[in-house]
Design a protein around this ligand. Structure first.
Ligand code: UDP
Length: 495
């Protein structure tokens, strides 16, 4: 019978275990990869933390989201942090460091509990692991079991490449960047931050020290987080390959640099556009419920529907950024004073410190031209005709989503890879402005005007061109399309 036939292990589809860092941005892109693999008849298990599993369950569980893919399962493990840990701002790095500590034991437990993953024989044992950065604790486990593994780094190629070169940057004396007791407003002003970086091959000429990933903003290179990033980045080269959410026409020269060390490179982005393209070509158009940690406020779309074409600046600093009250007010004054309309995502947990009330002089401008929400369906917002620009923290998902939608950016990078992404946006791709290392209402107002008025046509023209290139990359025969097919072939050939 067909049943008996399927129970022959040799006939079962490959089974990929996908293991993201349990944070919103990482989970978003890894779930898209999961769906892309499911569409190619590969079985997928997603390993996430209990914490993010329950966050995702708030309005739609991943299991129900993926119910149309019978080969999809979820496995969970602890991230080692107490439930009430904030998992935001700088303390989001605690998730990484905690996983580095508890991950080895937890991952082994998951892999050995084969029932959970193989469904009592209905599915093959895990035949390939795809995991996030800093997870080399998983390597001995899969090596013992003879399972090939790849990395999917959900950051930009430029950030990955800079991280990969950190050792050389230290040797060149170009980092550490921060003095012992400096706070962020003090080191933002330092002139030596404007010196060029010469030790990252391929980035000479436009990279300054302040553009290096913000991990370099330590006063001691022996800082454990920094050291973890250095060793883990280098270890990526020992894998069976590296998947990136990027595309040749955007980051080609940097991808070539990485290829010198990691020849099996799979740039398959923009991953959300890629998924959309494959769903359309398979005539599977059912919209899936989102994978947001917060409830999406659809009134944002209704509000946008009532605004003129390209008149709105969309403002969001992602899922992790924490702002002080005074930073929020600099942005707020700048936005209101610019005279432009704005849709601003203020996550409920995103402002630190004291209670505040809104100054009267912001009230009228906000009511007339602004709309504040807790969380939005971002891709729908970026694709909306009323949106003219994106004021962003330059998280990589947001950047790719903006590039794919052809929307110019104003960048206010907050931490991690964001400081290098924003430099590429402003000085390499030239589709926006970089506001890094300042937080001043006058500059906010000036940049909003620049991007919405003076430079509007120039940025839009380039933005639209990149959006077309992105679309081409994920269409049949395109570079990302071919990369994904190569990846699928690898997965199918390694059972
Ligand atoms: N996002 C969203 N709604 C919002 C704000 C953000 O859906 O109101 C999504 C956004 O589309 C992106 C992710 O959250 O996929 C944020 O990831 P990113 O890498 O940009 O930044 P991070 O949150 O990791 O700092």
């Amino acid at each position: 019978t067909a049943m008996d036939h399927h129970q022959t292990a040799g006939e079962l589809p490959p089974h990929v275990l996908i293991f993201p860092l349990p944070m919103q941005g990482h989970i978003n892109s890894m779930l898209k990869l999961a769906e892309l693999l499911c569409l190619s008849d590969i079985h997928v298990s997603m390993l996430i933390s209990d914490y993010s599993h329950s966050r995702l369950r708030r309005h739609a569980s991943i299991e129900s989201r993926f119910s149309r893919y019978p080969g999809f399962r979820v496995a969970t493990m602890t991230d080692g942090l107490p439930d009430d840990h904030p998992r935001a701002g700088e303390r989001s790095m605690d998730i990484v460091m905690s996983l580095v500590r508890v991950g080895g034991t937890e991952f082994r437990r998951v892999m050995e509990t084969t029932d959970a993953l193989s469904d009592g024989g209905a599915r093959r044992r895990v035949s390939c692991l795809i995991m996030d950065g800093v997870f080399s604790f998983a390597v001995p486990v899969v090596e013992e079991m003879g399972i090939p593994f790849l990395y999917f780094r959900t950051i930009s190629a430029c950030a990955f490449w800079a991280n990969f070169c950190f050792k050389e940057v230290i040797e060149a004396g170009e980092i550490p960047l921060k003095g012992k007791d400096e706070d962020k407003y003090a080191y933002w002003k330092r002139e030596d931050f404007d010196l060029p970086v010469t030790s990252v091959p391929g980035m000479e000429g436009y990279l300054r020290r302040r553009d290096l990933p913000a991990f370099c903003r330590v006063n001691d290179v022996n800082n454990p987080v920094f050291q973890t990033i250095i060793t883990e980045s280098k270890r990526t080269a020992r894998s069976n390959g590296l998947i990136l959410n990027s595309f040749e026409d955007l980051e080609g020269p940097i991808l070539d640099q990485i290829r010198n060390h990691i020849p099996n490179l799979y740039p398959i982005g923009p991953i959300h556009t890629h998924l959309q393209a494959r769903l359309v070509s398979k005539k599977t158009e059912l919209p899936l419920p989102s994978s947001s940690f917060w409830e999406e406020d659809r009134s944002s779309i209704t509000w946008l529907n009532n605004q003129p074409t390209k008149s709105v600046i969309y403002v969001s600093f992602g899922s992790i950024t924490l702002l002080t009250r005074s930073e929020v007010f600099e942005f707020w004054y700048g936005l209101v004073n610019s005279g432009h309309r704005f849709l601003w995502v203020m996550r409920p947990d995103s402002i630190t410190g004291e209670e505040y009330s809104v100054p009267e002089e912001l009230d009228t401008g906000t009511k007339e031209r602004g709309y504040l929400v807790g969380w939005v369906p971002q891709n729908e917002v970026l694709a909306h005709p009323s949106v003219g620009a994106f004021f962003t923290h330059s998280g990589w998902n947001s950047t790719m989503e903006s590039v794919a939608a052809g929307v110019p950016m104003i960048c206010w990078p907050y931490f991690a890879d964001q400081t290098i992404n924003s430099r590429f946006v402003s000085d390499v791709w030239k589709v926006g402005l970089d506001m890094k290392d300042s937080c001043d209402r006058v500059i906010v107002e000036k940049m909003v005007r620049e991007v919405m008025e003076d430079k509007r046509d120039e940025f839009s023209e380039r933005g639209v061109r990149f959006a077309e290139l992105a679309k081409k990359a994920v269409s049949e025969g395109g570079s990302s399309y071919s990369s994904l097919n190569r990846l699928i072939d690898f997965i199918k050939s390694s059972v």
